[in-house]
Design a protein around this ligand. Structure first.
Ligand SMILES: O=C[C@H](O)COP(=O)(O)O
Length: 252
């Protein structure tokens, strides 16, 4: 178990400036005591990272949703980890299944992006997870093992890395694995990182669960062994829902 839980919101490609009023409500709740319960992170679209950082102050951490592996250069439309850090981000999600699917990102690309995050001083949130056919074929742990081996850089620690386990079939579908399945996957991830990075870092690396987390199931999922927080998509867009999920965090 890695101490305080981290509840991270991923706004994905949602959010105009008006969405920042939801962040403002979250900041108020954080200052009002929610931050004592868990660490809170919001990853808005890149267009809002700077403004979100200004609104969040130190009450809520701000992260990016992706970064390029290089620091700068001729890569139209891309954003570097250095740019995110410069705008006020402390974290960046890499290897989300939507990036892996929409942009063909391989484990090697994800690993390079995690290293880029570190170069810029950001915490990398590396996403892994099986698709439904792999789950149905009983291949979940094989897939996770392969993705961990390929996506995590050498030198991963509890300070520079967070892992998000997101079964792809549970993302945005309202379907969630059983708590037993979540426990099995997280125990496997813990064992894998402990074997590779040693007992201290293996224990310190936070492993988030993601996929249809909402106020009604958050406390149950967050109580599972080796679940060190949640990566929340749709339900992070409404402050009231996200606050309710944070309130489901296990007391440290
Ligand atoms: O990054 C977040 C995940 O993809 C989960 O999304 P969701 O909560 O909308 O299922």
């Amino acid at each position: 178990m890695a101490g305080r839980q981290l509840i991270a919101g991923n706004w994905k490609m949602n959010g105009l400036k008006s969405q920042l009023s939801e962040l403002t409500q979250l900041v108020e709740a954080s200052k009002g005591g929610l931050a004592q319960r868990c660490d809170i992170l919001v990853c808005p679209p890149a267009t809002l990272v700077g403004e979100a950082g200004g609104a969040a102050g130190s009450a809520v951490a701000i992260g990016g949703q992706d970064c390029h592996a290089k620091a700068s250069g001729a890569h139209t439309g891309d954003v570097s980890a250095e740019m995110l850090a410069d705008a006020g981000a402390s974290h960046v999600i890499v290897g989300h299944s939507e990036r892996r699917t929409d942009h063909g990102e391989s484990d090697a690309v994800v690993r390079a992006k995690a290293e880029a995050a570190w170069r810029a001083g950001l915490v990398a949130i590396v996403c892994i997870g099986e698709v439904e056919a792999e789950r149905d074929a009983g291949e979940t742990l094989d897939v996770l093992g392969r993705q961990l081996a390929g996506s995590l850089p050498e030198g991963s620690t509890g300070k520079n890395l967070v892992i998000a386990y997101e079964p792809v079939w549970a993302i945005g579908t309202g379907k969630t694995p059983t708590v037993g399945d979540v426990a099995e996957a997280h125990a496997f991830i813990r064992k894998t990182v402990t074997e590779r990075f040693g007992a201290a870092e293996g224990a310190a690396i936070r492993i988030l669960y993601g996929g249809s987390v909402k106020p009604s199931n958050a406390a149950e999922l967050l109580a599972v062994d080796n679940v060190d927080g949640a990566l929340v998509g749709g339900a992070s867009l409404k402050a009231a829902d996200f606050i309710a999920i944070c309130q489901g965090a296990r007391a440290a």
